[in-house]
Design a protein around this ligand. Structure first.
Ligand SMILES: C[S@@+](CC[C@H](N)C(=O)[O-])C[C@H]1O[C@@H](n2cnc3c(N)ncnc32)[C@H](O)[C@@H]1O
Length: 258
């Protein structure tokens, strides 16, 4: 049974400042190739990392609207973008966008749709507000593409199964091509972006994510506090001996609106 997830802006700020996520954001920016004066919608903006970078690229003659369903994320984006007058941030839901048809040159939605029950409705909405010929960029993770070393692989499996049961769409990348095509998006380019960590560093994306995932499994009653602690201590010890290895794939889909 899935449930609603609420991250704190500070945990998102920490996880998404990791160098491998900075690289992923740059891949997203390269794929949409923004120019001065364009209008952009960033759906599920979180704390506004991508919003701010896109605002720099479209300049003061452009416009970036950022929406998120959580008020604290909207406040964090407003704060990050306070000197960028081309940014407007508001609360909103991807399944019910409050913008007219054919309005934006580019729509971005990164790491959001796995939390959404009505994915088809969400993609239809993003297609609706996109100008004909505009670009839609969606980035998603399938956590089951994780390759990692642990001396407790059964605990790893339990932690990942608990995550699958927590979010509505844990396995979205394998379905996205068809979902976007059905919504009228054409010329879809798909790129895999592997996130690799070989050191146990709290600044790594994997270390904060694995803390989050094991904490989630504990909260859901899938593992005990002791199992969670033993599993995390094992990962830290693999770091000490140079054996830590983690890789997960993110998938970037970029297509054209009709
Ligand atoms: C993991 S964060 C990603 C933030 C940002 N897109 C990024 O890549 O840095 C997911 C965000 O999606 C937002 N979100 C989840 N469901 C949403 C929905 N139905 N409509 C709008 N935002 C949503 C959450 O509140 C959260 O801020």
């Amino acid at each position: 049974m899935s449930q609603s997830i609420h991250y704190s802006p500070s945990s998102l700020n920490h996880a998404y400042a990791a160098p491998e996520i900075v690289h992923q954001r740059q891949r997203t920016l390269d794929s949409i190739n923004l120019s001065l004066g364009q209008s952009v919608l960033d759906v599920g903006c979180g704390t506004g990392f991508l919003t701010a970078s896109m605002a720099e690229l479209v300049g003061k003659s452009g416009a970036v609207c950022a929406i998120d369903k959580e008020n604290d994320m909207v406040s964090a984006t407003k704060d990050r973008c306070k000197s960028l007058t081309q940014v407007s941030s508001s609360t909103g839901d991807v399944t019910q966008l409050s913008f007219p048809d054919n309005h934006f040159d580019v729509v971005t939605c990164t790491q959001v749709l796995l939390y959404v029950e009505e994915v088809e409705k969400a993609i239809n909405e993003m297609q609706r507000v996109l100008k004909p010929g505009g670009k839609l960029a969606i980035l998603e993770t399938d956590w089951r593409t994780t390759v990692m070393y642990s001396r407790y692989p059964e605990t790893t499996e339990t932690i990942y199964r608990a995550w699958d049961n927590t979010v509505p769409s844990p396995n979205l990348p394998v379905r996205l091509n068809k979902l976007m095509t059905d919504a009228g998006i054409t010329d879809i380019n798909i790129e895999a972006i592997p996130l690799v960590n070989t050191s146990f560093d709290p600044m790594n994306f994997s270390v904060s994510s694995l803390n989050w995932l094991s904490g989630n499994a504990y909260k859901k009653g899938a593992i005990t506090k002791e199992e969670s602690q033993k599993w995390r201590e094992d990962l830290a010890s693999l770091g000490d001996t140079g054996e830590y290895f983690f890789c997960v794939n993110r998938f970037l889909f970029v297509g054209v609106g009709e």
